[in-house]
Write a protein that binds this ligand. Structure first.
Ligand code: ZN
Ligand code: ZN
Ligand code: ZN
Length: 199
């Protein structure tokens, strides 16, 4: 590890690269910076905790930082933390973080969360006492058929008015959402990550 008295301290990104090299990531991946590491982690199933601990500041650095935090975190330390965070975001999204976030925002626009199908008088709908949060809730026929209400306490009703509650967590339990309105959880990226770290 570099000595704290180095007259010419490493730049934050070089520090991380240096540590990644120390845990055995080949130079050709390191040369491609963030992308190279994400690619290496995916293709080699390298243990993620090892990579993460190489990216994060060391315990000594954190202690050093806490010691001075009362006064003001040194700019060097702040830059090191910032650099670590950028690396972790790349690993978390397995790619460029702002792209991943944009794609996620787009996909949640493409896929409406709540069905909201509007009923006319005498339309058929389903109630499910197992899934509903209150007795005024109901879901439309397609949502019932695409959901899993096996062994639930459900019944068919003729609606007066209103709309389908499928996808609305304040009205209906998530387990009772149909496959179309059961949107991916935000932390699916993390599940992917832990899957990789278990490979
Ligand atoms: Zn519906
Ligand atoms: Zn639905
Ligand atoms: Zn149900």
């Amino acid at each position: 590890m570099e000595s704290p008295n180095d007259s010419e301290p490493l730049k934050p990104r070089d520090r991380v690269l240096w540590r990644l090299a120390a845990i055995g990531i080949p130079v050709e991946h390191l040369k491609r910076s963030y992308e190279g590491i994400v690619h290496f982690v995916i293709t080699n199933g390298l243990s993620l905790p090892e990579v993460v601990s190489a990216i994060l500041p060391t315990d000594e650095e954190v202690v050093e930082c806490i010691k001075y935090a009362g006064i003001c975190m040194s700019i060097t330390m702040r830059n090191r933390f910032h650099e670590s965070m950028v690396w972790l975001q790349w690993l978390m999204f397995l790619g460029e973080p702002s792209n991943a976030l944009n794609n996620q925002a787009k996909s949640s626009i493409d896929q409406p969360r709540i069905c909201g199908a509007v009923w006319r008088p005498k339309n058929i709908a389903y109630k499910c006492r197992t899934c509903e949060n209150d007795p005024t809730c109901a879901i439309c026929v397609p949502c019932f058929q695409n959901g899993d209400h096996k062994d639930h306490d459900y019944s068919i009703i003729y609606t007066g008015s209103g709309c389908c509650d499928c996808g609305d967590e304040t009205a209906w339990k998530r387990e009772g959402f149909c496959s179309k309105h059961k949107v991916l959880e935000k932390h699916d990226n993390l599940i992917t990550l832990s899957h990789i770290s278990n490979m």
